[in-house]
Design a protein around this ligand. Structure first.
Ligand code: FAD
Length: 490
């Protein structure tokens, strides 16, 4: 039987393991942490459960597909609901609106609360769908680095519609052109943050993102985000995949055009030679740390990284009827916020605050009468800033803003607190500079400046995960596993 080693049990590593097991490989997964999932994991404090990283779940069929190709019924492992509302929005002057999943209701709500004609919103969502359909086949399902990608029917259809992608304007300019009310512009500009980009720089092509929430839908796994990881690990184990935890790969040895051997930090009884190796470690660190003697694809490795995040996990001993699963408290100056994040590389004093509360749908995530708040503010990537000072200041800024909007002193209700910042994101998952999504998409060539899912130098080495093609976020990380493993033995 052929053998495969996977470096990292992030979602893309697990998905790759499942796909390779289905191809008949004997698969071993090496994970530095004591738990699987990388960013997609969870923890408990004082009766509160928190999903550590991702909170928004889109394109669930990509998870289900992994069960289906394994001949299993996804529902027996993993279940989720479709959300009626995508998000609740709050502005400091008291304006609030609910982004209903239903397009007409959402457009109506925007017209009522912000006097923006509903036809503008509907046209935007329609355009988002067109963009998505052009991009999906061309960019998301195939390797951009194989010539065959460019010579097939889907690709030619894509080229014919290329102009519809709006790659030569920024997201903000396109949205300012479409909408009258700056708050509607702000609401739709926020989608740039779904891949860690800056709406004032990223091309308007990224206006494909609302399509995911309003046309296809936003979802919530009934047992929390971590159940995506847990159910897929269970499936992988049933397929015979072996997981080695607390086992960090320190180096990959090579000879000629092949990788030959893994060097581990721990005493492990695992074999160290494999027919193929798949790295789910951030591609920058795979080259810099595991393959320091190999040719370094500098242009790609030096691309600017996506934003990072500062997260406060608060156990709150009070419930707030006005809050839902996803809530946004907008900055009064969005442009200044992004200028701070991407140019000054610091936090802004009036940040946009995102609060995710899974206990709204999964009551056992918090003690009775309480709520588990996951509070995220966008942060620059780690360049050695004085994070202790920035975190202390940001905590005050967040408390002030949220207390103002909810009319109570939130600090009085915080029972326990944990913090994740760009440094700990970097150290816990080996992400270069703590970026959430690998490279940023702040220029129109970004899609072509992500590393391919295979190595040009070593014939039996592949790359998966949020730092390589097609991009960051759970759906794209899962797709990277499909693209990479489709290339194996092809
Ligand atoms: P990662 O999760 O980065 O995991 C890599 C794994 O490899 C880690 O477990 C690490 O320990 C292991 N590893 C690395 N090097 C080695 C080594 N040398 N030896 C052994 N093991 C190693 N996405 C969404 O879709 N929706 C969201 O709402 C969302 N929100 C986010 C919020 C936060 C705070 C964060 C941090 C991320 C968010 N994302 C979101 C992004 C999403 O989490 C990631 O894109 C995705 O989980 C990346 O998966 P991955 O497979 O690349 O691996």
């Amino acid at each position: 039987k052929k053998t495969a080693a996977i470096i990292g049990a992030g979602i893309a590593g697990i998905a790759s393991a499942i796909r390779l097991a289905n191809k008949g490989y004997d698969v071993h997964v090496f994970e530095a942490n004591s738990y699987p999932g990388g960013k997609l994991s969870s923890f408990d404090v004082k009766g509160y459960r928190f999903d550590a990283g991702p909170s928004l779940f889109t394109l669930p069929h990509l998870v289900e597909e992994l069960f289906e190709i394994s001949g299993k019924n996804p529902k027996a492992y993993f279940d989720y609901i479709r959300l009626d509302e995508a998000c609740r929005y709050f502005w400091d002057d008291g304006v609030r609106l609910t982004a209903h999943a239903n397009q007409r209701a959402f457009a109506q709500e925007i017209e009522e609360k912000l006097s923006e004609p509903s036809v503008h919103v509907l046209a935007h969502l329609k355009d988002s769908a067109v963009k998505y359909n052009v991009t999906e086949k061309l960019f998301l399902h195939r390797s951009l680095h194989k010539i065959s990608t460019y010579f097939n029917r889907d690709a030619f259809k894509g080229y014919a519609n290329m102009h519809r992608l709006d790659a030569f304007t920024t997201m903000n300019s396109a949205n300012e052109r479409r909408f009258q009310n700056p708050r509607v512009v702000q609401l739709f500009n926020r989608y740039a943050t779904y891949n860690g980009s800056d709406p004032y720089q990223t091309p308007a092509t990224m206006n494909i993102i609302p399509h995911l929430e309003y046309n296809i839908g936003a979802f919530f796994p009934k047992k929390g985000m971590v159940s995506i990881t847990e159910s897929l690990v269970k499936l992988a184990e049933e397929l015979g995949v072996k997981f080695y935890y607390n086992t960090k790969v320190e180096k990959i040895e090579t000879s000629g055009n092949r990788v030959t051997k893994l060097i581990f930090d721990a005493n492990t009884s695992a074999p160290d030679t494999y027919d193929i190796v798949v790295s789910n470690m951030d591609v920058v660190n795979t080259f810099r740390k595991l393959l320091p003697e190999a040719k370094q694809p500098e242009r790609i490795l030096r691309q600017p990284k996506s934003s990072s995040a500062l997260i406060f996990y608060w156990g709150v001993k009070k419930s707030f009827a006005e809050l839902g699963l996803h809530n946004i408290f907008f900055s009064n100056d969005y442009r200044a916020e992004f200028e701070h994040l991407f140019q000054q590389k610091t936090l802004y004093s009036d940040p946009t605050v995102y609060i995710n509360i899974t206990s709204k749908h999964k009551p056992d995530d918090a003690p009775k009468g309480g709520e588990n708040w996951f509070i995220l503010v966008n942060a620059p990537n780690n360049e050695g800033q004085d994070w202790e000072a920035l975190i202390a200041q940001s905590r005050q800024d967040v408390l002030r803003k949220v207390s103002h909007n909810l009319g109570v002193n939130i600090a009085d209700f915080i029972e326990c607190e944990e913090i994740l910042d760009p440094r700990s994101i970097e150290s816990k998952t080996s992400s270069s500079q703590g970026a959430l999504y690998g490279n940023s998409s702040n220029n129109r060539f970004a899609a072509f400046l992500r590393h391919a899912n295979f190595s040009r130098e070593f014939k039996n080495l592949y790359f998966v995960g949020g730092s390589v093609h097609p991009g960051g976020g759970i759906p794209l990380a899962i797709l990277s596993a499909k693209i990479a493993t489709d290339l194996v033995d092809s």
